[in-house]
Ligand binder design. Structure first.
Ligand code: DX5
Ligand code: ZN
Length: 224
């Protein structure tokens, strides 16, 4: 049985108390903290930079999973790595040489991920799999929380799962966008290891007790 990891996206959290939100998520059983970095260029909204990762770093022992929706991305890798990110995931469209970008990420001793938009072919990563630690299959177009899950990206997940298993590759498969109690089982069935979820976890007021988050997280994992 594959272990399913839950990576809450703080995009949907209460930003007036982000530190408390992260602590609540850890208490509630989250496995990773997913930070969405948007630049107003690769995607329309602007969120936060490396300073936010640096501020959250001492507040949690959980891996910080940073999803970079910024272009050009290369000049920012070092800042996010030094801020304490454990995983840096980039979009192939965000720089001229994806393989070099992944090498740069790994040179800081952290994990390198590739995010595939719904329209990005999985072939983009096939020839460079040894340089990849994680593949993030986008199940919405990047930029906003609360969008509707695109079911046919699961075909990409199934093909990647088979390649990873057949070759025993140490690559995690992550999915991001529209993941909630109904879509999580579909993603798990298709072969996902890591579920990112924003609105399905934070679809309520900030939760300093962590109870509401705990049941949402357990529900996604399928352990409830
Ligand atoms: C979208 C982001 C997601 C987003 C997911 O560009 O990458 O991480 O926060 O939000 P939900 O779970 O609400 O679809
Ligand atoms: Zn994301």
């Amino acid at each position: 049985m594959r272990q399913i990891l839950i990576a809450p996206s703080i995009l949907a959290a209460d930003w007036s108390q982000l530190g408390q939100e992260v602590k609540s998520l850890e208490k509630a059983g989250a496995d990773w903290i997913h930070v969405d970095v948007m630049d107003g260029h690769f995607v329309p909204p602007i969120t936060v930079g490396a300073q936010a990762v640096q501020a959250l770093r001492p507040l949690t022992a959980l891996p910080i999973d940073v999803h970079l929706m910024i272009t050009p991305v290369d000049a920012h890798i070092e800042a996010f790595a030094k801020a304490g990110a454990n995983i840096l995931t980039v979009h192939p469209e965000a720089g001229p040489h994806l393989h070099r970008t992944l090498q740069t990420i790994r040179s800081f001793g952290i994990k390198a991920g590739v995010a595939l938009n719904p329209s990005t072919p999985l072939e983009t990563v096939l020839s460079i799999l040894p340089a990849v630690d994680l593949i993030l299959v986008m199940s919405v177009n990047p930029g906003y929380g609360g969008q509707t899950f695109i079911p046919y990206v699961l075909e990409k997940v199934r093909i990647l799962r088979k390649i990873i298993d057949d070759r025993s590759l140490p690559i995690l498969l992550e999915i991001d966008g529209g993941i909630h109690a109904e879509t999580a089982p579909l993603a798990i069935e298709a072969g996902i290891d890591v579920l990112v979820s924003g609105t399905a976890i934070f679809g309520r007021l900030a939760d300093s007790t962590g109870h509401a988050y705990a049941s949402a997280i357990a529900g996604l994992r399928g352990s409830k």
